[in-house]
Design a protein around this ligand. Structure first.
Ligand code: SF4
Length: 395
């Protein structure tokens, strides 16, 4: 990376702090407990994109690194008097560790964090290794399970395949049927679906909806100006949004709810949209404290902070320019976004999608046109409903 590719050399964190700006403490920690995966999904940013640092890290997070992570989180919670934090046991595929070991990690985390802070422990999994015994163990340790599934069988099986190239929809469907059972339902965190613009968004939403999840989130495939995405994501989001908005019994969809809330002047709960500070940090399996791992799609080492959980406090990461840039709101956007009429809703889109080789991250999202189309559509529908409601009240 050349120095020109790093856009926040001009970001004077000391001056910001002296001027009264304060970082938002981390409320979510993603812990890479297992670095390998039992699947070979075509779009995976960990293994198939620019950054290949997974090759140099331990496959399994060593016990002493996990202990340092738990204790570091405990000190962060105490220093900022946090009342709730969320920890996501992540990979690779975290289920490769086995449910019993994941349970012990959750117990260690909770023991390290002082009361009255609530530690919500979740798991992001491809679902293939989720059997009844594993779910019972996860439930016993109050670990919620979010599963990645990409819509209907044919679409899912195009991308989410084993190393031998076999589709995994059947295995994931069996896991989701288990999760829907009353004894496991309380531990079902939701579904995560990567958008594929060449698929039918209505069929996708309806397929996900039929799994009866407590929540759904749609993720745009990671891309940037140096590695642009396939066209059509905006139209796809419009189609899926309409299916959701017109559903008489809709499931919460984080991206859609965030755009509606932002349109009405509220805040975002999604990394993909809005200007809410990103309060999330990653601990890699070797103990490196890193920025969101979606940045792996930009260039090698894009997530690095140079900090390590056995040497440094999480607070040190709060002063890293890349982390500060994701908490600064409008001040971190480039000229085009700052002048944009939908900047308060869009917020420049996902940070990783703004990357352009040579100029860095102070750019519009590579999905800019898609986001404008989608936001305008949501605004149109929400405002039409608001007008109809006002008219009804007057009548
Ligand atoms: S990415 Fe595009 S739509 Fe979003 S704020 Fe920037 S210019 Fe506006």
């Amino acid at each position: 990376m050349t120095s020109a590719a790093w856009p926040y050399d001009d970001l004077d964190v000391a001056a910001l702090l002296a001027g009264g700006w304060r970082p938002t403490p981390f409320h979510e920690v993603i812990v890479k407990v297992h670095q390998r995966c039992n699947l070979a999904c075509s779009y995976c940013y960990v293994y198939t994109h620019a950054d290949q640092t997974w090759r140099d890290r331990p496959a399994v997070m060593p016990a002493e690194v996990f202990t340092a992570t738990a204790q570091s989180l405990g000190r962060h919670v105490r220093a900022h008097d946090l009342r709730q934090v969320r920890v996501v046991l992540h990979g690779g595929e975290p289920m490769l560790l086995g449910a019993a070991r994941l349970g012990r990690l959750a117990a260690e985390l909770r023991a390290a964090v002082p009361a009255p802070c609530e530690v919500r422990v979740g798991l992001q999994t491809n679902g293939v290794l989720l059997g009844e015994a594993a779910l019972r163990e996860l439930r016993r340790h109050d670990i919620t399970v979010a599963v990645s599934v990409d819509g209907v069988a044919e679409d899912h099986d195009r991308h989410r395949v084993t190393h031998a190239g076999r589709g995994t929809f059947g295995a994931v469907s069996r896991a989701l049927a288990l999760l829907a059972r009353p004894e496991f339902r309380g531990g079902f965190g939701g579904l995560l679906c990567t958008v594929a613009p060449d698929t039918d968004p209505v069929a996708c939403y309806q397929r996900l909806r039929a799994f009866d999840p407590p929540a759904i989130d749609f993720l745009l495939p990671h891309a940037n100006w140096g590695a642009p995405p396939d066209p059509g994501a905006g139209a796809w989001l419009v189609g899926a949004f309409d299916a959701w908005y017109d559903d008489p019994d809709p499931v919460p969809v984080r991206l859609f709810e965030s755009v509606v809330d932002l349109t009405l002047g509220g805040a975002s709960r999604s990394e993909q949209i809005g200007l809410s500070p990103a309060a999330l940090v990653v601990i890699e399996s070797d103990g490196a404290i890193e920025q969101i791992d979606a940045l792996k799609s930009a260039y090698p080492g894009a997530c690095a902070t140079g900090l390590h959980v056995e040497r440094d406090e999480l607070d040190a990461a709060l002063a890293h320019p890349g982390v500060v840039a994701r908490q600064l709101g409008l001040a971190a956007l480039g000229e085009e976004c700052t002048a944009c009429p939908v900047r308060l809703v869009c917020g420049g889109g996902h940070y990783a999608h703004r990357y352009r080789p040579g100029t860095g991250f102070r750019n519009p999202s590579v999905y800019c046109a898609d986001l404008r189309l989608f936001i305008a559509h949501v605004r149109g529908r929400v405002l039409a409903d608001a007008r109809a409601l006002v008219g009804a009240v007057h009548r």
